[in-house]
Design a protein around this ligand. Structure first.
Ligand code: C5P
Length: 407
């Protein structure tokens, strides 16, 4: 199944008050048809042109209208809402909304959200041609475009044409398909791994001792899941072999749940051939030789002795030369010291192409952040602490580059 251009992407649509607000209905429909989720903020003026009910019905979510409405705020606070989205879209963007955002005013839900968000904002202006050409509006637009980094405004339209007021010129809201295209250009996946296959392992393994107990570890799986998601975002066909975690399968990823290292190994082998293998799971080094059939009881004999045997090294097996070997095999090294040296030693011991080393003496397990060192045959690079999602995206960008050279 080919993923849709906005599958799993989230858009926060701010509808300003202008006659073109009716086109927001069509835009919401198009975003959803492209696979995106959309939540809507309606300014007070916009509610004079379109009803919250129609936007709620089309978006599938209640429409937000105020800063001080307890029902709305307790469902999702405005700060959370401003962070929820991958992109904020203002359509139609009125002269007033543009002016308030350009000057940092936060006097209603829409303007406050525009200042609070940590995501890019796409502006689709719509107003009378005289208003659009007014130096104040021009200056405000220039100011919005000139902000640095992600604060820099992206703009679509306005189009030239006849206006509702009977005048002619630039100021018409860009047509909804053009706004959709601008959204896809900004946050739609580039799908640079279309036609590629990847197998990922993530999470801990659980090695049973008896029917109720087992050996496991503190891996949350977050980093591996983020990598699976980032690969899928690029159109890669991803099989995620996961030990027990509390995480939901990322959209568009085929997840296979396993418990033990032996199950993980079988699932990975079944997922081959693949172009890419990222084995991030914290596989138990040992398993109990003979799993007790019934619950082991406390007794006069004292505590039981567990005979452990070594688990197979899944990474080493996948990286071994052969027709099934993926062209890029990436392993992980969780270390508590000498990160680079240990990671480099692991690279040659396992026969993989890259090792992502992370210092687990820092706050890593279960955390949303991570700091890693990428070790390849070409050298080692330390990446500063950032979110696991950002690390995943950066790693996938490197994978894309590598496979391009490989072709
Ligand atoms: O040897 P060590 O466990 O430190 O190696 C870590 C790397 O090897 C990780 O990529 C991990 O997923 C992989 N591994 C494996 N099978 C094992 C042990 C580790 O795939 N039995």
């Amino acid at each position: 199944m080919t993923p849709l251009p906005l599958s799993d992407r989230k858009v926060l649509l701010i509808v300003g008050g202008g006659i073109a607000a009716y086109k927001a209905l069509e835009l919401v429909r198009l975003i959803r048809k492209a696979g995106g989720a959309v939540r809507v903020i309606l300014t007070q003026a916009a509610a004079e042109f379109v009803t919250p009910l129609s936007l709620a019905a089309l978006s599938g979510h209640p429409v937000r209208q105020g800063l001080f409405l307890p029902d709305e705020e307790t469902t999702m606070g405005h700060i959370e809402l401003s962070r929820w989205a991958d992109l904020v879209v203002v359509a139609p963007a009125t002269a007033s909304l543009i002016a308030r955002a350009a000057n940092g005013l936060a006097d209603d839900l829409a303007s406050t959200t525009l200042i609070a968000t940590d995501k890019r904002v796409l502006w689709a202006p719509a107003m009378n041609v005289r208003m659009w050409e007014h130096p104040a509006v021009k200056a405000n637009m220039a100011r919005l475009r000139g902000f640095s980094g992600f604060h820099a405004a992206a703009v679509v339209g306005p189009d030239d044409g006849e206006m509702a007021c009977g005048e002619y010129g630039p100021g018409r809201l860009a047509e909804p398909p053009a706004i959709l295209q601008a959204i896809v250009d900004l946050i739609g996946g580039e799908r640079r791994l279309e036609g590629r296959r990847a197998v990922i392992t993530a999470g801990p393994t659980f090695e049973p001792i008896d029917p109720v107990r087992g050996l496991t570890n503190r891996s949350s799986g977050k980093q591996g899941y983020a990598i699976a998601r980032a690969l899928a975002d690029q159109g890669c066909e991803v099989t995620l072999v996961s030990g027990p975690t509390a995480l939901a399968a990322p959209a568009g990823v085929r997840r296979i749940d396993v418990e033990t290292a032996l199950e993980m190994k079988a699932a990975v082998e079944a997922a081959l051939p693949a172009d890419i293998a990222v084995l991030s799971a914290a596989v138990a080094d040992w398993r109990v030789d003979t799993i007790a059939g019934g619950k082991i009881k406390k007794g006069p004999g004292g505590p039981p002795t567990l005979d452990l045997i070594e688990n197979p090294d899944i990474l080493k097996g996948v990286a071994a030369p052969g027709p099934q070997r993926p062209s890029l095999v990436i392993g992980f090294a969780a270390e508590t010291g000498n990160l680079e040296a240990n990671a480099r030693a692991k690279l040659s011991r396992k026969g993989c192409d890259w090792i992502v080393g992370n210092d687990v003496s820092e706050d890593v397990f279960g955390s949303d952040g991570n700091a890693v060192t990428l070790v390849t045959a070409d050298g080692a690079e330390s990446w500063p602490r950032q979110s696991k999602v950002e690390i995943a995206r950066a790693l996938v960008a490197r994978i894309v580059e590598h496979l391009k050279e490989d072709r």
